[in-house]
Design a protein around this ligand. Structure first.
Ligand code: FES
Length: 145
């Protein structure tokens, strides 16, 4: 059901934790299952130097959170914002269709953190970033198994 890579990132998650005095913090939750992810970023000159996560969730949520933080390290804020849950799932060799929705958590939390970064930089207001809350709002998501 899961690829070896998913199992590896679930059993040996990279970048677990919280960055002290982070430049950005984002949180996302899945209201259907109650799983939640927090991402913290260290940013210098709009480049993500460090990214850490804490996820209370299923194996797919943990594996995708871990992979996503690896994929945005060393990337610009703009590049990180463009990261999609499909790209993260692909980097893990794929996810079962009914678990794809779990990968949305990481994308949402990263977008929330980037929104927080822009607010802290004075580029956006808290009202502006409400649009980042749920980039998949309105999309059909399979039910839990
Ligand atoms: S994120 Fe909740 S079941 Fe996977």
């Amino acid at each position: 059901m899961y690829t070896d890579k998913v199992m590896d990132y679930f059993h040996n998650p990279r970048n677990v934790g919280t960055i002290e005095d982070a430049d950005a913090v984002g949180v996302a939750g899945n209201p259907k299952c109650g799983d939640i992810m927090q991402v913290t970023l260290r940013v210098e000159d709009d480049v993500i130097q460090d990214a850490k996560f804490k996820t209370f969730g299923c194996a797919s949520a943990i594996a995708t959170s871990s992979m996503a933080t690896e994929m945005i390290r060393g990337r610009t804020i703009e590049q990180a914002f463009a990261l999609t849950n499909q790209q993260v799932a692909d980097a893990l060799g794929g996810l079962p269709l009914h678990k794809m929705h779990c990968s949305v958590l990481a994308e949402q939390a990263i977008k929330a953190a980037i929104g927080d970064y822009y607010v802290r930089q004075g580029i956006l207001t808290a009202d502006d970033i409400k649009v980042y809350d749920d980039p998949h709002a309105g999309e059909d998501q399979p039910e839990e198994d």
